[in-house]
Write a protein that binds this ligand. Structure first.
Ligand code: ATP
Length: 639
């Protein structure tokens, strides 16, 4: 089967002309030639293969409180043979993605049935080491180039015994084969849809998986890119891998590129077998495909019930809900489970058992690679870094101008108090909202990479904490210097350090709070919840209503409001440490000339500064741990 626009060139590789991108964009080794080419790791046939068998798979979902359950998959069976490119097809809502999620091990809750790998019950830990799952939305690091994405993935997925040249060889080979080498310096965000899809595949190919699951790899691509991606999958499959994709209504030529199809209708299997056997199968079932009709279109129409529900019943019983292997190529040669167990003795499992860790490299390696990646991204991130710095400079100048010279003047103490609260608001809102708005997109990448065993959640969490710290310190320091000097706060290094420490702590608490919300909710809910939950914090900060005037039954609120400790800390830094009498140049009478009087009036004690620091430290630690636990829960809950 040849692609339109494809030709065999002298070295035996299939050269594919990409109309969208001009000339030859990808050069895939011809399957037969590449099987003889043992010098290149990616191209050489795989020693081990994966024969997947699944039996009586069911899946139910809860429709919400008191609304009961819905069964998505109704006891489907099936067999996915190695060296095959398999398409799971069916109308929208048939359960394709659900089946793929289950077979890849991504979905684990409310799932019934059994999955067997090479004749034995699937051991998830071993299975995950030999498989990968590429979800529909390309979850790539858009700020990093193709080369950087690959290099960092190689550092995470290949053994640390390999030096950078060996890793470089693997990367070069994959990128060349996938036609991405020319784009090695292009950032992920600037790649076309087809290139992004190929990069997603390239990243997973680094660990050379034996079985790959791809959810709708052709969705959103033009026909030329679709053919490229499917041809690539076909090539990879013929090297020995088992490649399973869900596809939406493929064209006739695209359909013919798959070796095997698995057709679902309303959670039941209508057909399982080779693409070539589909037409004879339909004929035998008494629903022949009209001449000149794309069999893929026709079978989807059947599965949608356009020709009556009785046809679905006929096909489901003929396919025995996926149990029948009659329409495979040479069905009599398909090994039984027992034969497979003999072919893959238990000792293979022992070899695959590489210790307790799920990831390929040590935790310390994961952390150092993720920190490197984090700093690279931060350097280029216009929102999280550049905009954050700019906002701190601009807001600092604006507040400084608004409250210019208010710090030393006895007649402007209340103004200065307003300034301190405004600073607190700034330190609360900007890091919190930035995290709430940006973390959910980071979360989808985390979910993919963590599921595909690139790194542990602990390593990821430590790395984001470390990467963010210098950015928080620098932006907070710039802001503090600007606002502190412009508003003429006391020129005393100790007071400035105290002021800066409280500012930084407030930023860290707000950010951890944002992380908690970002981990648990999507952007819309998070954007609503973040500011809404912050309102009680402001109420209990002791600003509008002093702590003394808070009703006793609401006093507990002041203990759980981190803004209270922030405000008290600021007051301690600016008006504590036995601050001498203030200037009184701008008014005939200065009520708060004596800082002690002001402190009594707002019922705040400067002696509490270190308690405030301690309380804020506890907040940072508790919220960080809570955000980690929420993240962990969320990663499992979506499955
Ligand atoms: N968590 C859920 N709650 C309720 N219904 C769900 C849930 N997950 C899936 N479904 C339903 O299960 C059915 C199968 O979903 P699935 O995403 O597997 O279908 P699909 O065949 O992949 O569809 P599409 O091609 O449109 O992506 C759909 O009707 C969907 O609405």
């Amino acid at each position: 089967m040849m692609l339109a626009g494809a030709e065999i060139v002298n070295d035996g590789s299939v050269s594919y002309k990409n109309e969208a991108e001009g000339n030859v964009a990808i050069s895939l080794p011809h399957p037969e030639v590449q099987e003889a080419n043992t010098s290149r790791k990616l191209n050489s046939p795989l020693r081990e293969t994966v024969d997947m068998h699944f039996s009586n798979i069911t899946c139910t979902v809860s429709l919400g409180f008191n609304k009961g359950h819905k069964q998505i998959l109704h006891g489907v069976h099936g067999r996915f043979r190695p060296r095959q490119l398999i398409a799971i097809m069916g109308p929208s809502g048939a359960g394709k993605s659900t089946l793929l999620d289950i077979l890849s091990g991504y979905r684990i809750s409310r799932v019934g049935g059994a999955v067997f790998i090479n004749g034995r019950g699937r051991i998830m830990k071993n299975f995950k080491k030999m498989s990968c799952y590429i979800q529909q939305d390309d979850r790539l690091q858009g700020l990093l180039t193709v080369g950087e994405n690959m290099a960092l993935a190689a550092d995470l997925k290949l053994s640390t015994d390999k030096d950078k040249y060996e890793k470089g060889e693997v990367i070069e080979e994959i990128l060349t084969n996938l036609g991405l080498y020319e784009h090695i310096n292009t950032r992920g965000a600037q790649l076309s849809g087809g290139q992004r899809k190929r990069l997603s595949i390239a990243l997973e190919l680094i660990s050379n998986p034996l079985i790959m699951f791809l959810d709708e790899p052709t969705t959103g691509l033009d026909s030329s890119s679709c053919s490229q991606v499917v041809q690539l999958c076909r090539t990879l499959a013929h090297q020995g891998r088992t490649i399973v994709c869900t596809v939406h209504q493929p064209s006739a030529s695209l359909f013919a590129m798959f070796d095997q199809v698995y057709i679902l209708a309303a959670g039941q299997c209508l057909y399982q077998g080779t693409t070539k056997n589909l037409v004879p199968y339909l004929e035998q079932a008494g629903v022949p495909c009209p001449i000149y009709h794309n069999p893929a279109d026709y079978v989807i129409e059947l599965a949608c019930g356009e020709y009556g529900d009785d046809k679905i019943q006929i096909l489901t019983s003929k396919a025995e809900n996926g149990r029948s292997l009659d329409f495979f190529e040479n069905p009599q040669t398909i090994p039984t489970m027992e034969a497979l167990r003999k072919q893959y003795p238990l000792s293979i499992l022992r070899e695959q058992d590489t210790g307790p860790g799920m990831e390929e490299t040590s935790q310390s390696n994961q952390r150092s690679v993720l920190i490197r990646r984090g700093f690279l991204k931060a350097k280029r991130d216009s929102t999280m870094t550049h905009l954050r710095l700019i906002v701190n400079v601009v807001v600092g100048i604006m507040l400084g101008m608004l409250f210019i010279d208010a710090g030393n003047e006895g007649s402007r103490v209340l103004e200065n108090y307003n300034l301190l609260f405004a600073i607190l608001m700034h330190h609360m809102m900007s890091p919190m909202m930035l995290t709430i708005l940006t973390f959910p997109s980071e979360m989808s990448i985390l979910s993919k990479e963590h599921f595909n065993r690139w790194y542990s959640l602990g390593s990821y969490y430590i790395s984001i904490t470390i990467v963010d710290l210098p950015i928080s310190i620098v932006s907070c320091l710039i802001f503090s210097v600007i606002v502190y000097t412009m508003s003429a706060q006391p020129l005393d290094i100790v007071r400035f350090c105290m002021f800066f420490a409280i500012s930084l702590y407030t930023v860290l608490v707000a950010q951890s709070f944002g992380l908690m919300i970002g981990a648990a909710f999507n952007v819309v809910n998070g954007t609503f919840l973040g500011p809404t939950l912050s309102v009680p914090m402001m109420m209990f900060a002791g600003f509008g209503v002093t702590l003394r005037d808070l009703p006793s039954y609401l006093y507990w609120g002041s203990y759980v409001s981190y803004l209270r400790y922030g405000l008290e800390g600021f007051i301690g830094a600016i008006y504590g440490l036995e601050r001498p009498i203030l200037d009184c140049n701008q008014a005939p009478y200065c009520h708060y000339k004596h800082p002690r009087q002001f402190l009594t009036e707002v019922s705040m004690s400067p002696d509490m500064f270190w308690w405030d620091v301690l309380a804020l430290t506890v907040f940072v630690l508790v919220l960080r741990v809570a955000a980690f636990l929420l993240l962990k829960w969320k990663l499992n809950a979506v499955r």
